[in-house]
Ligand binder design. Sequence first.
Ligand SMILES: [Zn+2]
Length: 85
Amino acid sequence: MDYKMTAQQRKEYKASGGQKCPWCDEADLIFEEITVDFNTVTQEVFCPGCERYWFNVYAFTHIDTPEEVEERDINGKEINRGSAS
Ligand SMILES: [Zn+2]
């Protein structure tokens, strides 16, 4: 299996939010368990289309307080409670 990936493939995969296989464009990807090693979070992704797998590596982006977490829905968007604060 050839796992060589061009910079363009990486760029498109990242821009799509990891929705499609970088090699064959399969959209029905299998996201395996997430592993956490100190501050590196890795997730294996398997493509049933071309049977390749790869690793999504997630980086720390920001900090939320408990109040801020409560104000977000499952997609991370702020829930509008009608207050203009
Ligand atoms: Zn594929």
